[in-house]
Design a protein around this ligand. Structure first.
Ligand SMILES: [Zn+2]
Length: 347
């Protein structure tokens, strides 16, 4: 039993050779379980010498490609196939994953807006405790991180992987860029500067931003979404995870090495890459996911279905680019993201 610097305890011995699969224990006293804990599944594989690599999914509970890929990887991967240590958490915000929701049903919190977390978060705010454990127990151990996301129920992506552009250390950025290429998603995108979608200026409260601050290789994904999976998005996820593990030296060779296309590299460099609903209503898109659009092009209409005399509100793209993210839900409120663009990365 390893005692950790947080409210979470972990039955894993990170130095033990072989495969361990068990549960992190996050104390949670509720109406149905006075002395209970939330069991977050974790697998640790160790063999020989090599890097320590961290994979997680279920940071958001309604994003399934990574969760399916990692539970399968835990079952299939034999520790003798690796050199180093592999830490896998397939459903990091377990209450959200069990609820099929982006945020936790217990505290309403979004884990990927909760880093670096809190050491003494009370029972009724478990999300901050999870963030703190990752930031203070796992992060110092690891050389490379992959945080598997997708669009969830409210967004749908052309399968993508992403890194952040940080101006303070170009060598670090180049290491992340090499990992982005190696992952081999159809789109590899670079968030330049701040992240308008995550807030928080140049250092938003996300896992990727936290790891960036520590200098390790950190990468995320947006593998699909719309609250489901497709054969394509699952294939990109599985292929990308193996390619990533080979790239960082944990496995000798990816089985997909000869079947991985070069990604199209794009960037998101400002708030004008995003389109948001200006009012409540029913969104009728006027573009297809993955379409090349021009500045001023129609993004869609927002209808007031209950009153046909009210003209539909036309919404336009502010700039040109590839529309690789789209809202798959018709109902919208003012401020909902309808789409976002990328533009080709110039280096
Ligand atoms: Zn996500």
């Amino acid at each position: 039993m390893t005692e950790l610097q947080s409210r979470i305890t972990c039955p894993v011995d990170f130095g033990k050779v072989g495969k361990q699969v068990c549960h992190l224990r996050l104390p949670y006293s509720s109406n149905v379980s006075a002395y209970g804990w939330i069991g977050i599944p974790i697998a640790v594989l160790k063999n020989g010498t090599g890097p320590t690599v961290y994979l997680n999914a279920g940071n958001h509970g309604d994003e399934y490609e990574g969760q399916f890929t990692l539970v399968r990887l835990i079952r299939e991967l034999d520790p003798t196939e690796i050199q180093g240590t592999l830490i896998i958490i397939p459903a990091l915000n377990l209450p959200a994953a069990m609820n099929h929701s982006r945020c936790s049903p217990i505290d309403g919190a979004n884990l990927n807006r909760s880093f670096p977390g809190e050491p003494d978060a009370p029972d009724h705010r478990p999300t901050a405790a999870i963030a703190y454990w990752v930031a203070n127990v796992v992060a110092p151990l690891c050389d490379a991180f992959l945080d598997l996301h997708s669009g969830g129920k409210t967004l749908d992506y052309v399968p993508s992987a992403l890194i952040r552009r940080t101006s303070e250390n170009d060598a670090h950025f180049q290491r992340k860029l090499a990992a982005l290429r190696a992952f081999g998603a159809p789109i590899g995108y670079i968030v330049d500067g701040g992240s308008p979608s995550a807030g928080g200026g140049s250092r938003p409260p996300t896992l990727n931003a936290l790891i960036d601050g520590k200098g390790a290789v950190s990468m995320g994904t947006e593998l699909g979404g719309a609250g489901t999976v497709t054969l394509e998005t699952l294939e990109v996820a599985r292929r990308g995870v193996h390619n990533f593990l080979a790239h960082v030296g944990l496995i000798e060779r990816s089985p997909y090495a000869d079947a991985t296309p070069e990604p199209r590299l794009v960037t998101i460099a400002g708030p004008d890459y995003y389109v948001h609903a200006p009012c409540r209503g029913a969104f009728e898109p006027a573009f297809d996911l993955g379409e090349e659009v021009e500045a001023g092009q129609l993004c869609g209409y927002i209808h007031q279905i209950d009153d046909p005399t009210v003209p539909a509100v036309a919404v336009h793209f502010e700039r040109s680019g590839v529309a690789f993210c789209k809202r798959p839900i018709v109902g919208v409120e003012r401020g909902d993201c309808l789409a976002h663009l990328g533009t080709d990365w110039e280096g």
